[in-house]
Design a protein around this ligand. Structure first.
Ligand SMILES: [Zn+2]
Length: 1057
């Protein structure tokens, strides 16, 4: 799965400085209460259909029935919450949309047998006190319940080990054009691993009828198709763990097989998880509804009762009902379509039984979406689906998809195992893409690309997401982690090999160079916080550590093992464990076998020995290289790199790593050897490396930054590197120039190198013409920008940046060509974006002129796709209501996801507080025309705007509960975007009190909130330690914070620029 705001997919929104974003990849599990309430109303309001559920003949909802039945509601809430549910959960009515489904009638008298619960969610983070290295010691305070550690709670959430699901039959009839309920039936056959009197499986937001639950023993009197029924003594619903438990009269016997069946009613929710509803407006302006799924990590249980853990693989026979004017898609091809008895205008699509797979990879789409077929693959049906009007935008995905699939088949030396692959872009989707086996689902920007309208970055994004999800067909789908703590095996691999797939298709993108800045450097800052987490970490949700650090350490392995060894080890791992589950040790074992076979590791060293230090510990080392007195040897030491040292830290773990050392010096200047010359063991505090060039020659460690560590040098070596960059920077490999910039700036940020040393080093940038070093510089300047925005130093800083970027801006120019090399297009976008940020008159003039020309002829937009976000943003920033309204109108009109995306971000660039306040209100009201999934994009663009930031923060504080109810899973992203530039004590206090007031509501992972707090504490600390230091450096170079006390004409002229 790939989150929408993953850092690697920089799309240059908001033209100023909106680039790096943290990933967010999974859905939070909020709002179950509200859904539960809504469902009671929905079902009752439509005639209590549960009695009519029968495997093959579901009635159409047009006939109401009102018979009494016993309903067991999964999430009966408190009375006062019910009013909220109806006002916040259903689609908001508006003059823009066609009439919503009939509102639910008054709630029925409670007939539930399950106890009331205030929350059906696994409240993983209530009252989290402290996160340790692995989270093991951390205690969880629960309200009135016993204390549980994070690990204990994660264990407590697991299903009992007594049953193993073998096969499911799932029948679902989603009433897309009705009241959004789902009529369902499930049968699941299990094998008993340990005798038990409980039959426990997952269920959430589902209404069952206890009378329909049947448990039959298999193999008994099967000829008559009856079996022997096991009597259920009591039905229990455990809301916290989302369990249904059938308490049985007799014990199920080990080795025997049983089948549980039940009828149920679910809901096509509007929360973009489980089986959910989505809509769009077609070419005729008609609102069209469809249904899609998103099950990772644990939302399959919202679609049907199941054993919803990744390790519990089974086969699935899926039946989906549809109206005849729609289509259904699932993981496998359709076996047959049959008329629905008693369902006029309805049919059932019966699907072929799946291969053994995990529940979170199942998927269903029921829609009127259109599709195109590829003819590139002989034996695999490959199709792309999207809104009919957007179908041409799917051509790129249709072109590259089959080629990437073929590439991975070859790379992993293992065939794609299913007979077909569908890729679907749905109008509402909570992530960029999701790798459901044989049915990959994307958001529109994750798959669609319109030549001439979308930018080069949009194209790269679509390419990378497609490559990522197709890599998952092997890593994740075919071989699946045993539990979520090993999810890095999925995400780390997909996030690494997606680059190999794209490099094969689009070699001109230099994507392997881009990896270093987007993935490795992109995660370094987060991983230098105390609130980081190890790659192997027991939580339901992935984060950037799991994705980007995971990918970075896999790349490191690829280099220290060598390509041949790495590939054969990976291929053995996949083919040995196909259709099964794995843990990291399985991968280490296969890679070690390959390494010993090939002689790339000594026989007394295993991959596990090395990699345990990178996966079980959080953080990473800074390797310090100091020249010895003899002049041609160096002493190398390692210690954990932290941005801020905590004097009173309770973390006593001795952080040491197995470090592959590669290096070169000025005399040799050979950057090609990326297999280690020396291993630094985790037991070694320091080592000496002899035979380097003499003292007046520089040394560089970590060639091409293939290993996951930073390098610090003695000041003499830093000065030698700076001199080299100034005299002839290309003597140092491109990636290593980016590495030196990023290391120097972050070491300065952490207090290990003087800022003067780091900023002096950036002085060569006016000569730099490569994208990757510039990116590293911009990312680090962005941090300074965030720290200085509300200080007296902001003006001098902007003038400094303008001088730095001006030569690049002049060289790249504004004349954009879509057939230029992609990295040149990116470079131009960056140069223009930063030049306009500094207020360069030429840049602003061109931006306004281009925008105004578009306003003159609204149906002909000549602004080049790459510069749209910058042009839109600055035109709206400089303009007023008229410019804003024009852009808003264009947003409503546009049929292209990427264009809508650009406009939504740019609309947050206004400098008018009242416009921004109005925009914030619109973001959390779907009737405004802004989709729920885009709320965080809108909020983020306002929060990153220096005028909007205080407004966004106040809005968030004032409307926390409303935002939480509207889109709980967006909260983390909103909080991150608005706190990025917090660096004052008062802001820290406000954040702390918000955290205290809303414990557990921002994210289900307690580390997310701890990270935000730690970042702000770091910013406060940085301001105290380094603000004056940076100001002094600027002052020394003529960028003054103070104004002259006497008027001189030349000053006013200069200030005007
Ligand atoms: Zn993924």
């Amino acid at each position: 799965m790939l989150g929408e705001v993953d850092k690697q997919h920089e799309r240059g929104h908001n033209s100023t400085l909106s680039f790096g974003k943290a990933p967010c990849c999974y859905l939070s599990r909020e709002a179950g209460v509200l859904l539960g309430v809504l469902m009671i109303g929905v079902v009752v309001g439509t005639g209590l259909l549960v009695h009519y559920l029968a495997p093959h003949t579901y009635p159409n909802l047009s006939t109401p029935h009102s018979q009494h039945f016993d309903v067991d509601v999964f999430a009966p809430p408190r009375q006062e919450k019910r009013a909220d549910a109806r006002t916040t959960s259903k689609p908001l009515s508006s003059h823009h949309s066609s009439p919503p489904p009939p509102p639910p009638p008054p709630l029925p008298p409670s007939t539930t047998s399950s106890p009331p619960s205030t929350s059906p969610q696994p409240d993983v983070m209530k009252g989290q006190k402290k996160e340790s290295l692995s989270g093991i010691e951390q205690k969880t305070e629960t309200e009135g319940k016993e204390e549980m550690t994070h690990e204990e709670r994660m264990e407590w959430l697991r299903l009992p080990l007594s049953l193993k699901p073998l096969h499911y039959l799932v029948k679902l009839q989603p009433l897309i054009n009705g009241n959004f309920s789902i009529l369902g039936y499930v049968e699941v056959e299990v094998e008993v691993l340990e005798a038990t009197t409980n039959f426990t499986l997952h269920i959430a937001d589902i209404i069952t009828n206890n009378n329909t639950v049947k448990l039959m023993e298999s193999g008994v009197e099967e000829e008559e198709g009856l079996g022997r029924e096991v009597v259920i003594r009591r039905h229990q619903y455990d809301h916290q763990r989302e369990f249904y438990i059938a308490h049985l009269e007799e014990a199920l016997q080990k080795g025997n097989k049983y089948t549980l069946s039940m009828e149920f009613t679910g809901l096509l929710n509007d929360q973009l998880h489980g089986f959910y509803r989505s809509n769009y407006r077609n070419a005729n302006g008609t609102e069209v509804w469809l249904a899609s799924t998103q099950f990772q990590a644990n939302d399959a249980r919202r679609a049907f009762p199941c054993f919803d853990e990744p390790g519990l693989k089974a086969t699935f026979e899926i039946h989906l009902a549809r109206q005849t004017n729609m289509t259904t898609i699932s993981n496998m091809p359709i076996k047959e379509t049959i008329h629905m008895v008693g369902g006029e205008g309805w049919v059932w699509d019966h699907y072929h039984t799946t291969v053994p797979m995990s529940t979170y990879l199942l998927a269903f789409v029921v829609s009127d979406l259109a599709h195109n077929n590829s003819t590139d693959l002989d034996d695999i049906l490959f199709r792309v689906w999207t809104r009919e009007e957007a179908l041409p935008q799917a051509n790129y995905a249709l072109d590259i998809g089959p080629r990437i699939l073929t590439f991975f088949t070859d790379y992993f030396n293992l065939s794609y195992p299913l007979p077909k692959l569908d890729m679907v872009a749905v109008p509402d989707f909570p992530a960029l893409g999701m790798e459901n086996w044989g049915l990959v689902i994307y958001s529109e920007i994750g798959m669609l690309y319109e030549a001439g309208v979308s930018s080069a970055a949009n194209k790269q994004l679509a390419g990378m997401v497609v490559s990522h999800e197709l890599a998952h067909q092997w890593f994740g789908d075919l071989v699946t982690p045993k539990w979520w703590s090993e999810i890095w095996l999925n995400e780390g691999f997909a996030s690494y090999v997606e680059h190999l797939g794209i490099d094969h298709i689009e070699p001109s993108w230099n994507i392997l160079e881009q990896f270093v800045i987007r993935r490795l450097q992109g995660v370094f800052v987060k991983d230098s916080l105390h609130s980081s987490n190890p790659v192997i970490y027991n939580a339901m949700n992935g984060n950037t550590i799991i994705y980007s650090k995971g990918a970075s350490i896999i790349r490191m392995m690829n280099h220290f093992l060598g390509d041949g060894t790495f590939r054969s080890g990976v291929s053995d791992y996949l083919s040995t464990l196909k259709y099964d589950n794995a843990v990291s040790d399985d991968l280490w074992e296969h890679l070690t076998l390959a390494a010993h076979r090939d002689g790339t590791l000594p026989t007394n060293l295993t991959v596990k020995t090395i990699m345990d230090t990178w996966t079980l510990q959080m953080g990473y080392p800074v390797i310090t290289v100091k020249r010895n007195n003899d002049g041609n040897s160096v002493t190398v030491t390692q210690e954990r790199f932290l941005l801020t040292r905590q004097e009173n830290s309770e973390d006593t773990h001795d952080y040491k790593w197995w470090v592959p050392l590669t290096y070169t010096d000025q005399a040799e200047a050979d950057f090609s050897q990326t297999q280690p010359k020396v291993w630094m063991k985790d037991s070694e505090a320091q080592i000496t490396i002899p035979h380097l060039a003499t003292k007046d020659h520089w040394v560089i460690f970590n060639l091409h930054q293939t290993a996951y560590y930073r390098v610090n040098y003695d000041l003499h070596n830093w000065h030698l590197l700076t001199s080299q960059l100034l005299s002839q920077h290309t003597a140092i490999a491109t990636i290593n120039r980016a590495q030196i910039i990023d290391d120097a700036m972050d070491l300065a940020r952490g207090g290990l190198v003087p800022y003067a040393t780091a900023l002096d080093l950036l002085g060569y940038l006016p000569q730099e013409r490569d994208y990757v070093p510039w990116w590293a510089a911009f990312e680090n300047l962005k941090f300074l920008k965030n720290m200085l925005t509300y200080t007296a130093g902001y003006g001098p800083f902007k003038r400094y940046v303008r001088d730095l970027v001006l030569p690049l801006y002049s060289t790249m120019g504004l004349d954009d060509h879509l057939d230029d090399p992609v990295l040149d297009q990116y470079m131009r976008q960056k140069a223009v974006s930063w030049a306009c940020f500094t207020g360069l008159p030429d840049c602003l003039h061109h931006a306004l002129a281009a925008f105004n020309a578009w306003r003159e002829t609204p149906h002909r937009n000549n602004i080049t796709a790459n510069l749209k976000s910058t042009v839109y943003c600055h035109a709206i920033a400089e303009g007023g209501e008229e410019e804003w309204r024009f852009a808003w109108h264009q947003y409503l009109e546009s049929n292209v996801g990427t264009e809508k995306d650009n406009l939504l971000s740019a609309l947050g660039c206004s400098k008018k507080p009242w416009i921004l306040s109005r925009y914030l209100e619109m973001a959390f009201n779907e009737s405004s025309g802004i989709k729920k999934q885009d709320a965080r994009r809108v909020f983020g663009s306002v929060a990153r705007n220096e005028v909007g930031q205080p407004l966004a923060w106040t809005f968030l504080q004032d409307n926390f509960d409303r935002i939480h109810a509207y889109s709980a899973n967006a909260l983390k992203g909103l909080m991150k975007s608005v706190t990025t530039s917090f660096n004052r004590e008062t802001q820290l206090k406000e954040l702390e009190s918000l955290h205290a007031a809303h414990k557990g509501q921002v994210s289900s992972n307690p580390l997310d909130m701890m990270e935000m707090l730690e970042r702000v504490r770091h910013n406060v600390d940085w301001t105290q330690r380094h603000y004056q230091e940076v100001m002094a450096w600027l002052q020394n170079r003529g960028y003054h914070t103070t104004l002259p006390t006497h008027h001189r004409p030349s000053d006013s002229q200069r200030a005007h620029g």
